[in-house]
Design a protein around this ligand. Structure first.
Ligand SMILES: Cc1ncc(COP(=O)(O)O)c(C=O)c1O
Length: 305
């Protein structure tokens, strides 16, 4: 799987992959002043479709608004450009990375005089955890790093700088021999994975940390909440204590990269009997049946290219 494609969309131009460069003194490089999205293009039968394109690009623009980055392009233009870069690169399935960032002009802390640049890249990418992770589950640890407290770094913005927190969580987990880290919020309640939202099943109910918690309210999370409703699974968004992880019947993480990934081991505990639970499996298969085109796209989540 090559981490490369022919072209990158860069401020409205299609630029060769190797020539899509920025200056080392760009504001984003020094101060993390960028916002981004991650989307997936799925192979749906003989065609390809982007999962929840409009919702992702809307969130990109909301993130940009929080940081006062006004791109020269409209949401509709970025939607169109995303489809264009996929067509140009002839990718049947891909990971897609749009980024709005403060470019090169001056290096003062105030970003306001720096240009707002936009790139969209896409490349072939398989499962984040591998087929085994999706099938059998992964291991996770609770991180010693908390997520930023409310009113510090805005959690509703998918800002580049927020991912320093994710990197600390991820590196710590890998160093300790786990696949993933789950962060708590500043009060010690459950937040999310380094790049995924968290779901807990207990006594037949599906729980997830609430929107106002220290989480990015994920678009996959929203899809899971919709599918749970469809399948008649009771759902609660709540403040969840850390120890519910150890009492859970099932645990899973979800996100654009992780899709729906069961967690079978948490810290030194095995989740239930270690096998992937019924509710996780039902939600996972319903999710994949939609994105793979095996069942109807009931919620209009797919945009064909
Ligand atoms: C910190 C964090 N939480 C949650 C998610 C899941 O969000 P989504 O489902 O929109 O990809 C992501 C991935 O983008 C993330 O980086």
């Amino acid at each position: 799987m090559a981490f490369q494609a022919d072209k990158i969309w860069f401020n409205g131009e299609l630029v060769d992959w190797d020539k899509a460069k920025i200056h080392v003194l760009s504001h984003v490089v020094h101060y993390g002043s960028g916002v981004f999205e991650g989307l997936r293009l799925y192979k749906v039968g003989s065609r390809s479709a982007v999962f929840r394109l409009k919702e992702h690009i809307r969130r990109l623009f909301m993130s940009a608004k929080i940081y006062r980055m006004l791109p020269k392009f409209s949401e509709a233009e970025i939607n169109k450009a995303t489809l264009e870069i996929l067509r140009v690169n002839k990718l049947p399935s891909a990971y897609i990375r749009p980024l709005i960032f403060r470019g090169f002009k001056e290096l003062g802390l105030s970003p306001l005089h720096c240009p707002v640049d936009v790139v969209i890249a896409a490349w072939t990418w398989g499962t984040y955890r591998g087929e085994a992770g999706l099938k059998n589950g992964i291991s996770a640890c609770t991180s010693s790093w908390f997520r930023p407290a409310p009113n510090t770094l805005p959690n509703l913005a998918k800002g580049c700088g927020n991912y320093l927190s994710s990197q600390l969580i991820k590196m710590e987990a890998l160093e300790r021999g786990f696949d993933e880290g789950i962060a708590l919020d500043v009060r010690g309640n459950l937040a999310e994975g380094s790049g995924e939202n968290l779901f807990v099943v207990k006594d037949g109910t599906l729980y997830t940390p609430e929107d106002a918690g220290s989480i990015l309210p994920g678009i996959t999370r929203d899809a899971i909440l919709t599918l749970a409703k469809e399948l008649g699974i009771p759902v609660k968004q709540a403040t969840l204590p850390r120890e519910i992880l150890y009492l859970a019947d099932e645990l899973f993480l979800c996100g654009t990269a992780a899709e729906v990934t069961p967690v079978s081991k948490i810290d030194s505990f095995t989740v239930a009997n270690g096998a992937v639970g019924e509710i996780t499996r039902a939600l996972q298969s319903r999710f994949f049946s939609i994105v793979n085109g095996e069942s109807e796209d009931t919620y209009n989540w797919l945009t064909y290219i």
